[in-house]
Design a protein around this ligand. Sequence first.
Ligand SMILES: Cc1cc2nc3c(=O)[nH]c(=O)nc-3n(C[C@H](O)[C@H](O)[C@H](O)COP(=O)(O)O)c2cc1C
Length: 246
Amino acid sequence: MALRPRVHAGSRLGATGGMCYLARHLLNMQTKPIDNETLLRQLRWRYATKQFDARRTISPADWQTLAAALVLSPSSYGLQPWKFIVVTDPAVREKLVPVSWGQRQVAEASHFVVIAIKKQLSAADLDTYLRRVAEVRGVPMDSLATYRGMMMGDLVEGPRSLCVNAWAARQAYIALGNLLTCAALLGIDACPMEGFEPPQYDQILGLPQHGLAATVACALGYRAAGDKYAAAPKVRFKPEDVILRV
Ligand SMILES: Cc1cc2nc3c(=O)[nH]c(=O)nc-3n(C[C@H](O)[C@H](O)[C@H](O)COP(=O)(O)O)c2cc1C
């Protein structure tokens, strides 16, 4: 018996089958934009880079994407109690090295970002955010009164106002985590850094006059060929030791 092709080119079935495949492919792209292997490969590929190749810089397009990713970081209430300070002046970056435990990543990476928190969040800060909500979503400020009350009663006047800077710092670390993952997915190396003296950073970067405080930083760029840490096996607890099921 002659074998017949299962789908005739140009037949209704062929066209429909092709469309089904395309639809499935598009749906798959929508529901799963990155495959599991790629995600894990990039998370295993990344490491806290100690030595950067000072000659390599992140392309403007990649940097724009990373900057957008930073801005897209989620935060509690959506309040975004942060500023991302991109330190571009080489002289300032050199000045930061001695107050960063001598870590050269600060000066040698393509980009260096300090994540600063807005200190002692106030009613005015809430209103700045709520005006933005009203603008973006096209709703009147009045409609946000309950939401405002909740935030006031929690972070500005409530018990958590006593530790609101610690709350803001937690948000800063979310932005850091987001930045690290996004960089890894773009094949960009990074070193998360809290090995620095925050008061010195504040002073060098002129942060206190803006009500800001340096909280955590991140050097970004490309690993130097000789960075021995790149080849060091990643040390993580076994999944069964850190993922508990109840
Ligand atoms: C918040 C934070 C601060 C860190 N500070 C520094 C730092 O100042 N200098 C440094 O070389 N690595 C720093 N690290 C890197 C960690 O030591 C590193 O992420 C950890 O050992 C896991 O290794 P891996 O990132 O290479 O997988 C920091 C990491 C985090 C998350």
